[in-house]
Design a protein around this ligand. Structure first.
Ligand SMILES: C[S@@+](CC[C@H](N)C(=O)[O-])C[C@H]1O[C@@H](n2cnc3c(N)ncnc32)[C@H](O)[C@@H]1O
Length: 403
């Protein structure tokens, strides 16, 4: 069968000549790119090949933060890279599957449904199981196959072009599913509009008990089935996903927040509400994974804290908070919100630069900053929020060490 044009064009990059051109344009350097392209043209290299190689080199450089050093040997499309799971997060997923196959059981076959260009697929294959990736888009599937080969995982992983919803799943011992969750303009879709839709994940979990899925972190709690474990993951403070674990991949908790890179986790059932109370000496801003998992009450227990307002996820405590599950601050002032009073106080302290944190207020830092007309060399962190229902400002100092 003849391959679609973009796939055939991509394959030219995998030829010895393609690889040689790719080497010539790597590592990507924006300032040198034009000159290198001209030199290659003068040498008679097909400009389409040069342009494809330059694109790959540029995407490899862009992928490094997300996918680590392996990115230098991988192949990308811009859309595939945007949707690829960060390497740290993919490795974390893979640990659960490795746990299913103690001693590197060569028989376990994991189907990675909607494998994209293969970040999860590669992590799974490295962790032990054999993996079959299924990807509907032929070019993305070709990239995933090339990535398997580039990282020396042929024999551990294979990729098939096809519709995940039509996969028979015979002989499959476990499934990982990562549906596409954005439309072509990058807008987030509701779970029933994901491709394939969330109902597909539930259906697969009925057929293969050991199923895991990567969902949008904003997924509504009420669509998550009972008996599963939902794990909200943040990486370096960025909330990146809600992973949903079924059957033997789940532990006995309903909700988990996991913070990478530390791997610190907090668990609970997501139903408790923290008590509210007065602002104390310290403020704790829970990590977004803790907030989305609905585990602020559990964090409040840990730091012996209370909410500053029943509807806002800031905790306050009298004791220096010893937790890695949020950022901690010492509170120096609490005042009702008012530009004049805040301006006077910051002037008095010679504050010329403010970091603004906010939660539960319509005021934006962009509106506030010019109105404060700051002058001076000192810096301050201010928190715009509600305290017991009142719009308030807290002036705080970040605690650099929480221990
Ligand atoms: C979020 S991405 C997967 C990213 C992947 N986990 C990674 O880390 O690289 C989702 C992928 O699902 C593919 N897809 C969407 N609907 C599909 C379907 N019905 N069958 C197979 N693949 C599908 C899209 O083309 C896209 O590449």
């Amino acid at each position: 069968m003849e391959e679609p044009g973009p796939v055939a064009a991509f394959r030219t990059l995998l030829t010895p000549q393609g690889q040689a051109v790719l080497d010539r344009v790597s590592p990507y350097d924006e300032e040198r790119a034009l000159g290198t392209a001209e030199t290659l043209r003068a040498e008679g290299v097909d400009p389409a090949l040069t342009s494809a190689a330059l694109t790959q080199a540029r995407l490899r450089a862009r992928a490094r933060d997300r996918l680590g050093p392996a990115a230098e040997r991988m192949f990308f499309t811009a859309a595939g890279l945007e949707q690829a799971t960060r390497a740290s997060v993919a490795a974390r997923h893979a640990e659960r599957y490795a746990g299913l196959a103690p001693g590197d059981d060569p028989e376990l076959l994991v189907a990675d449904l909607c494998c994209g260009l293969g970040s999860d697929l590669l992590a799974l294959a490295r962790a032990g199981p054999r993996v079959l990736g299924v990807e509907r888009d032929p070019l993305t599937a070709a990239l995933a196959s090339a990535n398997v080969e580039a990282l020396g995982l042929t024999g551990r992983a294979a990729v098939r072009v096809g519709d995940a919803t039509e996969m028979a799943l015979d002989g499959v011992g476990a499934v990982f599913a990562d549906p596409a969750r954005r439309d072509s303009h990058g807008r987030a879709l509701a779970p029933h509009r994901w491709s394939p839709p969330f109902s597909f994940v539930i259906d697969v979990a009925d057929r293969v008990a050991a199923t895991g899925a990567k969902l949008a972190p904003g997924v509504p709690h009420d669509v998550l089935p009972a008996g599963t474990e939902a794990e909200w993951v943040s990486d370096g403070g960025d909330l990146v996903e809600c992973a949903l674990w079924f059957g033997p991949l789940a532990t006995d908790v309903a909700r988990r927040a996991t913070l990478l890179p530390s791997g610190a986790t907090l668990t609970g059932d997501g139903s408790r509400r923290a008590e509210a109370g007065p602002v104390g000496r310290y403020l704790v801003e829970p990590d977004p994974a803790v907030i989305r998992a609905g585990l602020v009450a559990e964090l409040a227990d840990q730091v012996d804290g209370r909410l500053v307002d029943p509807t806002i996820a800031y905790l306050s405590t009298e004791h220096r908070p010893r937790t890695v599950l949020g950022s901690a601050y010492e509170v120096t002032d609490v005042l009702p919100f008012g530009v004049k009073r805040l301006r006077a106080l910051l002037r008095e302290r010679g504050v010329g630069r403010v970091t603004v944190k906010k939660r539960g207020t319509a005021v934006t830092p962009e509106q506030l900053r010019p109105a404060l007309r700051l002058r001076g060399d000192a810096e301050a962190t201010i928190v715009l929020t509600r305290v017991a229902g009142e719009q308030s400002v807290l002036i705080v100092e970040p605690l650099t060490s929480q221990w």
